[in-house]
Design a protein around this ligand. Structure first.
Ligand SMILES: [Zn+2]
Length: 437
């Protein structure tokens, strides 16, 4: 490094991203992961070298989190949390054109698993903090940065554990920013930057049919397999009604206005179809969904079993949880009952707020044509865990993506990669948001 290195927020951010990708932090499922400790120690060493005092916290052996608080110049101002997960989903090297943990920098991109989910933001926030130390600047507000384990499963070893065991680390934080928003979403030359201000909740169910056991050669009217399959079929066929939440309504109106597409809220499906690519972003969030994903019944072909099970992956919009359960109950039919395996409420954050405006300002300072709009995520992130502490979550991990950026290169995809220019843009936007607001 030369004497200048680290003095600008975007200095060497691509190197940091590549280094982080080289730690294989694959999270395969409950309790089955690797590499988080090494990645966390690397993060902590960067912070320590810059003069900060990070805390390294393990929820279980090798499930490692790093939290650092940078004191602001106004101790009474509300604090900002930045949280970014260190783990990644698995990658099959045979499908990739580069080894997925090589962190290769080539053709203007950093390649590898986690490049956009979310070692990109781990790198941009690290680069920003490093530059503050080099520049001798401090934010006005306290900034708490959490690098967490285990987002790709349930956060039991990461965000959820930190919230339960160390809530004091997040004292004063009014909002949290993290993945799944603030990226360029180019629609016919209009550069939308959707920022997530809501996430659907998760309601995963196990449904069980109780019938009459017997010999397969003597059919009976209370066959558990038939009852279960009929219930699953009714659930799959159900037409969930449109439920327009404030975030989704604002997305449709504001994106529609920017694109010059007429919006008819009385016919949301037609409106979404007219919006093309921009409509895709809302399509999964205008109604609840219930997707059958697992079936389990029987043990021998000539035996009618007494019970049969299925699992349903349900997602409910903010405020729609009870309606979701009532609807499922009405579809189950006699002899079929349900139990809840996982219930995580939907979350939402205000979008007509100074915080949202500050994110929009920071994006427009680097891309004057940015059209910053709120949107709702179909799935979920660690924001739900931090919401338990009253922290309003925003999907804001700024990144500029080129018009021809391949969608398959995004989160969880093959040949995941992030443009070097886009990372540098993200670091400058994040620097402005954290320092100037
Ligand atoms: Zn992620």
């Amino acid at each position: 490094m030369n004497a200048e290195a680290g003095s600008r927020p975007d200095d060497s951010v691509e190197e940091l991203c590549a280094e982080l990708i080289r730690f294989d932090t694959t999270n395969r499922g409950p309790g089955d992961s690797e590499g988080e400790r090494e990645a966390a120690e690397y993060v902590a060493s960067i912070l320590t070298t810059a003069g900060y005092s990070p805390m390294v916290l393990e929820s279980a052996p090798r499930r490692t989190n790093v939290v650092v608080r940078i004191p602001g110049t106004e101790p009474n101002a509300e604090a900002v949390l930045v949280h970014a997960h260190l783990d990644v989903v698995p990658a099959d090297p045979s499908e990739w054109s580069v080894p997925p943990f090589s962190g290769e920098i080539r053709d203007g991109y950093v390649w590898g698993r986690g490049a956009t989910d979310m070692k990109d933001m781990c790198a941009t926030v690290l680069a920003v903090l490093r530059s503050w130390a080099a520049r001798g600047v401090r934010p006005r507000r306290d900034v708490v940065v959490a690098f967490v384990a285990d987002e790709e499963v349930h956060g039991d070893y990461g965000a959820s554990w930190l919230v339960d065991q160390h809530p004091e680390l997040f004292t004063g934080c009014a909002i949290g920013i993290s993945e799944s928003g603030g990226h360029t979403f180019d629609v016919d030359g209009v550069r939308l930057y959707p920022v997530a201000t809501a996430e659907r909740g998760t309601i995963q169910l196990r449904i069980t049919a109780h019938g009459r056991a017997g010999h397969g050669s003597r059919p009976n009217a209370d066959n558990a397999v038939v009852m279960l399959v009929n219930a699953v079929s009714r659930i799959a066929a159900h037409q969930w009604p449109v439920r327009l939440t404030p975030t989704v309504r604002a997305y449709l109106e504001r994106a529609g206005a920017a694109l010059g597409i007429p919006i008819d809220l009385a016919d949301v499906d037609a409106t979404i179809a007219r919006m093309g690519r921009a409509g895709d972003l809302a399509a999964g969030t205008v109604r609840n969904t219930a997707t059958p994903t697992m079936l389990d019944a029987g043990y021998k072909v000539n035996v009618i079993p007494g019970v049969a099970h299925a699992q349903i992956d349900g997602r409910a919009l903010p405020g729609s949880e009870q309606e979701f359960l009532d609807t499922i109950d009405s579809l189950l039919g006699d002899g079929v009952e349900r139990e809840i395996l996982d219930y995580t409420r939907a979350v939402s954050a205000p979008f007509d707020s100074p915080w949202f405006e500050a994110m929009a300002d920071a994006l427009r300072s680097e891309d004057p044509d940015a059209v910053v709009v709120p949107y709702c995520m179909g799935g979920g992130t660690d924001a739900k865990a931090f919401a338990r502490l009253g922290i309003a979550g925003y999907g804001f991990s700024p990144l500029r993506l080129p018009t021809d950026y391949p969608q398959r290169g995004m989160a969880h995809g093959v040949d995941e990669r992030v443009p070097v220019d886009g990372l540098k843009f993200g670091a400058r936007v994040l620097d402005r948001f954290l320092l100037e607001h």
